[in-house]
Design a protein around this ligand. Sequence first.
Ligand code: TSB
Ligand code: ZN
Length: 589
Amino acid sequence: MINFKENEELSKLNHSCAHLMAQAIKHLYPEAKFWVGPVVEEGFYYDIDLGDKKIVEEDLDAIEKEMKKCAKDSKNIIRKEISKEEALEMFGEDPYKVDLIERMEDGTITCYSQGDFTDLCRGPHVENTKLCKNFKLTKFSGAYWKGDSNNKMLQRIYGVCLPTPEELEAHLAELEEMKQRDHRKIGKDLDIFMVSDLVGKGMPMYLPNGYFIWEQLENYIKGKEKALGYLHVLTPPLGNVELYKTSGHWDHYKDNMFPKMDVEDEEFVLRPMNCPHHMMIYSNSIHSYRDLPIRIAEIARDCRFETSGSLKGIERVRTFCQNDSHIFVTPEQIEQEFSSVVNLILDTYKELGIENFRFELSLRDPEDKVKYYPDDEMWNNAESTLRNVLNDLGYDYVEKIGEAAFYGPKLDVQVKPAIGPEYTLSTCQLDFCLPMRFELNYIDSNGEKKTPVVLHRAVFGTIDRFMAFYLEETKGYLPLWLAPKQVEVIPVNIQYHEEYAASVYEALKNAGFRVEFDNRNEKLGYKLRESVIKKIPYMLILGQNEVDNKTISYRRAGSEETTTVSLEEFIELLNSDLVNKTRYDKKSK
Ligand code: TSB
Ligand code: ZN
């Protein structure tokens, strides 16, 4: 995706296009006053005071039309240097410009003119308005003057400009593709989750389809963990404040927690992490070095205070379920167990066809004495251990200062969503700190008490975030194992083909598949269109040919191609897709 702010030429072009838009708006709304019109990553915008008028979709068409005219006028864009006094004289009527001018340093100020329009601007600009003809106004919103909600709400209009029509078209196609990929759109189209302000921002609710996917993901990852000796537990989603004082969360993580609750003579908090509960489970019994590693795992509910502005679908929420584990090891076992966690993550990604990710080694900021538990030797030890393991495994990674957890450094797996900045999916963290604070121990081979080390790890991160990620990865074309409905059986004509279609439907259901039978008396085209929107992996279209030859014809989600096979062959295909977790958004797995 192009970053318009980082590219000098495109930046100049887009800024000039912002002026072109302002010129067109001035023609259509002579009373309009302009605040700022910067270039941003996605193109440009301008904040405009249109009095009481609120921009609606149709206005954009009219503005675009006028912009085309202004571009066609082919006016030279002329730079002029003026003094502060001259500027105040020229723009004195406009309180927004006066505000800007007054905050400028003394000396020369520049303005740019094109035909009947002049704007105060640092520039640079392209030479002529005709160079700005390949643009599109993409969206609009309200924006408080200077971002302060006590100020007037201005109208912000966004746009984008490229040198050629072909480049513009390609860019708009990419934007559209991203919109289609956005998990918030897919989540709505496929009835996966909902949010309600009455329940609370950032507190998603999973609908039957979403909960089905959830259960599949949960069973899948738990199955892998069980095979590796993880022990699953169930603990409460809140805890006594004392628990978090002991762990250090109260001192180092309070800003991310909801305020405490007073209940009788106790104080509770909704937990932001599960580590303290798992520490208590470890301390419930005596452990010998022979028992280690002990891998306590849980699909565990947490609540974190995330600012309302940062919330996003099910990717960043205020309550989520981590696919969590705390692994208790002896110091000698760290490297082996850490590699085994990294391998579990990579193995999972491979099975699910995830290829676009990168590793980040998140380290402490030695200057930040508030966030990080203060013990330089412990930190240096932990950080160099992680570095050594990663170097031994031979994976590329980038080091990030100040991104570590308060209790230790971590390896984060970063992925990029359809829209918005990169985020962490999986994580594996090394911790010498919490076991000490909880006074955990094991008996070593000499019969002495020793403190274990803990690895905190989450393969899916949270089920919520992983689901957001995988919906975007697959564009909503869920593989067969995850799809709530796997096959839709559609008779071409209810009168002639329903009986045969019903027999195929029954046979698939009896073979254990999740099948729908669309025997509504609707036109075939209508049914097919509906099925395409629902992204059901297989659509069976059964007409006279299929009845006569006892075959079935199928279309795979996202494809227009129809293939005819016997029912047995089709069942074999379904089974193979299940085993391979075949991705329908990719040509081959
Ligand atoms: C792995 N104590 C560790 C745990 O043992 C822990 O909580 N680590 S974490 O803070 O990094 O969170 C684990 C994962 O949860 C992150 O890697 C990320 O994928 C996911 N996550 C964090 N915050 C949110 C959020 N607000 N919404 C959705 N998922 C989140
Ligand atoms: Zn943890």
